[in-house]
Design a protein around this ligand. Sequence first.
Ligand SMILES: *Cc1c(COP(=O)(O)O)cnc(C)c1O
Length: 413
Amino acid sequence: MESVETLKEALTGSAEIIARSEAHVMKTYRRYPVALVRGAGCRVFDAEGRSYLDFVGGIAVAVVGHCHPRVVAAIQEQAARLIHTSNLFYTEPQAALAERLAALSGLERVFFANSGTEAVEAALKLARRYAASVRREEGRRKIVSAFNSFHGRTLGALAATGQEKYHRGFEPLPAGFEYVPYNDPAALEAAVDEKTAAVILEPVQGEGGVIPATPEYLQAARRVTQARGALLILDEVQTGLGRTGWMFAHERAGIRPDILTLAKGLGGGMPIGAMLATEEAARGFEPGSHASTFGGNPLACRAALAVLDVIAEERLVEAARARGERLLAMLRELVRCHGLKEARGVGLMLGIDLGRPVAPQVVAAAREQGLLINATGPETLRLLPPLVVGDEEVDAAVAALDRALAAVMGTKG
Ligand SMILES: *Cc1c(COP(=O)(O)O)cnc(C)c1O
């Protein structure tokens, strides 16, 4: 088996895969010059068989690692049984996943989508429709979000994204969106009024550079939305499912949102998103209000159920907390040794602020050392290892990053 694989990989080398992609795939990404063919746990392998420690994790998707045997078996079994039905019919995997997510989150109703941006889109639509059709307040249209946030690329989620650079050239965006500085309770207090349908926040800004909300900020968001009759949407597409050392990052603040969005880690790599809501908020949708052809199909739901099983059985929430604390301490040591600005984050969602615009060079140097990480901006590195990462893998990653930093900064680790 192995020799056949190796032979195939040799026939289609990285250079050929890259050239063919560059010829016809739309150029929306600036990609790293690596063509991956296989993954197992925290490691991925390129077409030449070179192994990398994967601390990008498919952008926070590989919560249970690559090709976890439980997830692979669930997908294989379900694929042979029934892949898709549409939502005109009931399926057992979807019923089971809805039940599990409701029990985990305390939010009784789920709408299934296929991605993070679609989960956010559903959340924004539900918030406005709840105001109009349940509260009968047609004027309550405004959505308040934070500067530096990221909520997705479809037009509604893009409008909620408080970063000018993502909007440019796509105007006009849907109206009724307003932005406030993150982690500033007074600014939120001033922006939320009788015209506000919802506030949407990430408990940790991910694409914005790994910036955690203070628990007090999330508590203030809960208080002010409740007081003014607006809904609180927490976008946990990146932070959800154990990533931060909590099943959901908002648990850290001891609050519960009205609406919660999930995606990235949920399907173990199968595309699936979910928008959860309280029974009350969910009254905003009725048959025909919103839909998705693929959303919650049996294949994606079975994969997600396997992911949730693995998270529970391997105690990955606790693991993320323990490994995250250890990794953060080691990153702080790197910051000290190399004269960088700051290491920060929660659980296994970590960032390093280099204090200098050399993040792309450090990412490339780390890759040379066999470590995959990415940059959220010119000065910020982000580390999102699978939650199954072991202490030895953490040690190896830190050693590789140490060498990469030394090479780029000319410092000694
Ligand atoms: C990645 C991300 C999204 C968008 O998810 P896609 O699956 O890429 O559409 C939305 N919100 C947050 C917080 C994210 O990190």
